[in-house]
Design a protein around this ligand. Sequence first.
Ligand code: SAM
Length: 281
Amino acid sequence: MTGTFFLVSTPIGNLEDISLRAIRVLKEVDLIAAEDTRTARKLLDRYGIKTPVVSYYDAAEGSKSAGIVARLESGKSAALISEAGTPGISDPGYRLVAAALAAGIPVVPIPGATAAVAALAASGLPTDRFAFEGFLPSASAARRKKLYSLLAEERTMIFYESPRRILATLREVEKIFGDRPVVVARELTKIYEEFIRGTAAEVSRKLKEKEKIKGEIVLLLAGRSTPPDWSGITPADQIARAIRELKISRMEAIKLVAGLRGRPKSEIYRANLETSQLLPE
Ligand code: SAM
């Protein structure tokens, strides 16, 4: 019989944020695969967990998966923990889960902390529907393009962001989304936990008052609340602007505009052709 593979959520700062079930499972399994063995050690020592630990991180996902799956197939049980929060959420795990499932191994989640949900719950933004976007691209052009593609999103958007990039991202958010409500949730569950709420400009101003922006950050952005009025702007204008501002190809711009307007790509393509034919060569 195969063993069971557990995905165990661990704290995102405060070591008390771990469930009794998580502690029991970590004590009972034959093996713990940890993204960061040093962070894992701190947590395991705190709860007197003596289970053997192996390292399992992004770059090694491919090579390590096979070994862990083989041990599960031989009847051993294993748990995956990430550096913080829920494994697989902007952390390694997905490939190991897929490999375990493909080998017919039962995968059991042990739920717990995840920064996105903790931030959302206390953000004051609508929680009924949300879009978790993980980390935005680090290159500014790609980041801008990604944000543009979310312009028509109605759900609350959640991003993981680094303290080094937060001001640059807020600048883009201000340019693209204007004065939509934004929340920066910083250092959740830790001593200096704080929520900064306001428009992107207001939140930036408050962050700039700090000597140095430090710590881990979740950025939340309110979804669009009123349907956009497209009457004053033609698809062709919008395509031209996207090409100019985002430095993307015409086809990419057509795809982006179709997404924003919720129209088929073929319709936007035709509208673009018809308008371009009116223009001088
Ligand atoms: N697996 C984790 C989870 O379930 O939330 C996320 C891991 S991801 C590599 C790390 C990012 O999560 C950080 O850069 C930050 O954006 C966010 N994060 C993690 N812990 C946080 C905390 N205590 N406060 C605010 N954001 C946090």
